[in-house]
Design a protein around this ligand. Structure first.
Ligand code: PEP
Length: 254
């Protein structure tokens, strides 16, 4: 099994219709060079618009930043995984640190969300990562192990190919501080060692202040299969530069 290199943009609660249009005009110029997987998760309201544009340009997969653990019902304001699948959405990010911290989503809830998304055959990017305090207290591996063990319970083996992991040290998200390539590789190797069957083919992304000028050093590491990118994914020039760097790497051998 091989592991494709992925560049995944998490647009968070950003972008206007004009900004989206400008972004894709710019992106369409690089269609021929794109040899990596390029994915974008816009805010939920914009998903159908991006799906339409991606259908026309053909090169970018569109996903959601979150979903409910329920398919339907009286859950005002939630995003149904069934509705995402119905729209043809390809993937969903679950367990981003902003969801864990601001919205108090814990591992058992995230496990329900992971299972709900997989049930509809959505690819899942499950995010894990330690805070600065946890790193400084030598708790990084304990935290990662718990997030993986609790968040990924009861996944049936036929759904494992749909699972991706993002290692995002909380102290590196939106702060301009990137983990060194060695710190990231150490965490990725640890994560891979904790995944059960199929670990060698599981895509593990790094996230945390990834930019065009640090992507190469990260992708040079054996267990880093791409990046989950916030700030630098909002500008087409930066996203293009990231995809272009990633396109230069061969797929990993799993
Ligand atoms: C993120 O939101 O997942 C992220 C990694 O953000 P940034 O690239 O801005 O640090």
């Amino acid at each position: 099994m091989k592991r494709d290199i992925h560049i995944v943009g998490n647009w968070k609660m950003n972008q206007t219709l004009q900004a989206i249009s400008d972004f894709f005009v710019e992106m369409s110029k690089m269609k021929m060079e794109l040899k990596c997987q390029a994915w974008i998760a816009p805010q939920a309201l914009h998903i159908p618009i991006l799906k339409e544009i991606a259908f026309t340009t053909g090169a970018i997969a569109i996903g959601a930043q979150n979903c409910s653990e329920h398919d339907s019902g009286a859950y005002t304001g939630e995003i149904s995984p069934l509705a995402l699948a119905d729209l043809g959405v390809e993937f969903v990010i679950i367990g981003h640190s902003e969801r864990r911290t601001i919205y108090k989503e814990d591992n058992p809830l995230l496990n329900k969300k992971v299972l709900a998304a997989l049930k509809h055959n959505l690819k899942v990017i499950y995010c894990v990562g330690e805070t600065l305090l946890e790193r400084e207290s030598n708790l990084t591996f304990d935290v990662l192990e718990e997030q993986l063990a609790e968040g990924l319970k009861n996944i049936s083996s036929d759904k494992l190919p749909l699972l991706l992991i993002a290692y995002e040290p909380v102290w590196a998200i939106g702060t301009g501080k990137t983990a060194s390539a060695e710190q990231a590789e150490e965490a990725h190797a640890f994560i891979r060692s904790k995944l059960s069957a199929g670990a060698e083919s599981t895509i593990i992304l790094y996230g945390g202040s990834v930019k065009p000028d640090n992507i190469d050093m990260l992708l040079s590491k054996e267990n880093i299969d791409g990046a989950l990118v916030g700030g630098a994914s909002l500008k087409a020039a930066d996203f293009r530069a990231l995809c272009s760097s990633a396109s230069a790497y061969e797929t990993r051998k799993g």
